[in-house]
Ligand binder design. Sequence first.
Ligand SMILES: [Zn+2]
Length: 430
Amino acid sequence: MSFKGKASSLISNMREKKKERAANIANSMSSNAVKEVSPEFDYVEKRDRVEVPNLATAEEETESKFADGPAEKNNQLSLWENTKGPACAGSRKDSVQGLSRNSLVMYQARSHVAASIELPQIGSQGISSWGFDVLDMSAEQCEAYVYHLFDQFGLIDEFELDKNVVIDFVGAILGKYREVDYHDYLHATQVVHQTGWLLLRTQSANDYIVLGLLLAALCHDVDHPGNNNGFEIQADTELARIYAYDSVLERHHCATALRVLHNDKLNVLKTLGRDDSFKVKSVLVHAILSTDMNEHSVLMGRLEELTPEVFDDIEEQSHNTQLTKCLIAAIIHTADLSTNAMDLGVAKRWGNKCLEEFKCQGEKEKEKGLVVTSFMENLVEDKDRCKIQFGFVKFVCKPWFLTMSKFEMFELDEPLANLNAVIGYYDEGQ
Ligand SMILES: [Zn+2]
């Protein structure tokens, strides 16, 4: 065999092994870690929630801290100075496989009364299922599920995170999601799930990236007011002025997350040390800022230029900051767009939630005498609602998932098939 032939057979063997490893993790997550235990698992009831500083009054103070904070390029604080991480696929796999009945005992570690939180679908689906549907889960179930994922990814052991602080942090962040129609704690939980699902297929990402991305998914829309950046800017709100009309809400979500992390009782990263903590925060900030829809086309253009194998071993390419950032942005943005790529019934419910939020924004714009955003008015008739959804799913979501599908490791056949069904449904209804 020629050298070229040997090399290509070696590469194809490596790819096979990588696929096998991903399948093992997915299986161990659904079988070892989940099926062996009851669909109900013990989770600690938080009777003494930790107080979090008032957001409204702390916004400007946070802004100044934020400006000097994690994105600093000095002192080698940023992940981007050196993305090489201590742990990746191997250790993650071991920690996931090591999970069993015993791991669930950890949830009772606190001295409070333990409550049994029922997670109806986790026994058969959980992280291994793209279609895991959170829509009927309670806030407590969402908290338990998010904590469960941090645990399943081995992050609590790997970084020696304080379990009680993780539980309190998850509760504090989900508790800061407002009661709006779409961007609520359910959306946050769904995006955490989908981010985890994608990370399972990104075996070479180190644990800083995994932890940063899961935290980012949890926090990415925290304290969302139920309107978009366009509204904030048009209404010249205080937030818009604080963030200089640039990614206003995404910067607000980042600042809120960083403020919660700044509270000693809620700082999940406390055990990491200063430098490692900033590495994780760098991922978190970059990921959340990447959820701004204004970044969508730019990011898609970058992905289109990449070769299909480029993310297969991201740890090997850790010197390539831009590539690492691109992967982080691609994962969270895919997760954020995932609600339209679920089973038709689930996608329809998410679609309705989104349209209700649009309707509210349209009404707020009318009340304030602002220009009403074109797709946020006349959302009463079914055919008008279908038309808006059809346009978004067909011309934004589908092309995005198609672009992402060239990176075979993500295995996006199911979401793409769902998107086709969803497009067909809205097309018929418009
Ligand atoms: Zn979102």
